[in-house]
Design a protein around this ligand. Structure first.
Ligand SMILES: [Zn+2]
Length: 165
């Protein structure tokens, strides 16, 4: 598979069709401003910019900015990254792992309590300050068993760490 196709598939899988449209457009053009991209794919400018920044976070696109001397504003010129798809995938994996580990840490930082009526979760500190009653519905809070979730998170993290980049 060509590198370009890989970038396109990643953009589509992670961010959806609109992001894939941006990548297609940039693959056909050398460099474009966010306004030009917005017009070409008929997408609202703020949504276009949001997707461009998400694509930048994933290392799929990059930009350079030039300053308009007259009005003093910056123009951003976007293009496809020079990074290899392997590097992009490795970065993505690193980010996902960081996120999963933060979530695991949070889950291990219990005990937690929850309200069976509104499904809100509380930390021990919160629950005890509410006298173990939900402040929203006046229901008695139950201990929240997250052992299954912890197990699942640990398994996913292990699997991700074991697969080669
Ligand atoms: Zn409640």
């Amino acid at each position: 598979m060509k590198n370009e196709q890989l970038l396109l598939i990643m953009a589509e899988r992670i961010l959806g069709e609109k992001a894939a449209n941006i990548v297609t457009l940039l693959l056909e053009n050398d460099e474009l401003t966010d306004e030009a991209i917005s017009r070409a794919i008929k997408l609202d400018i703020n949504e276009t910019r949001r997707l461009l920044h998400r694509l930048f976070d994933l290392n799929i696109v990059k930009y350079r900015r030039i300053r308009d001397e007259k009005i003093g504003w910056y123009t951003y010129l976007w293009r496809i990254t020079d990074s290899s798809p392997e590097a992009i995938i490795a970065l993505r994996k690193k980010r996902v792992l960081e996120k999963l580990k933060r979530r695991l840490e949070y889950e291990l930082d219990g005990p937690y309590y929850y309200c069976g009526k509104c499904n809100t979760r509380y930390t021990f500190g919160e629950a005890s300050s509410y006298m173990f009653m939900c402040p929203k519905c006046d229901e008695v809070l139950s201990p929240y068993d997250n052992s299954k979730l912890v197990e699942k998170l640990e398994k996913i993290i292990r699997q991700l760490e074991e697969t080669p980049p």
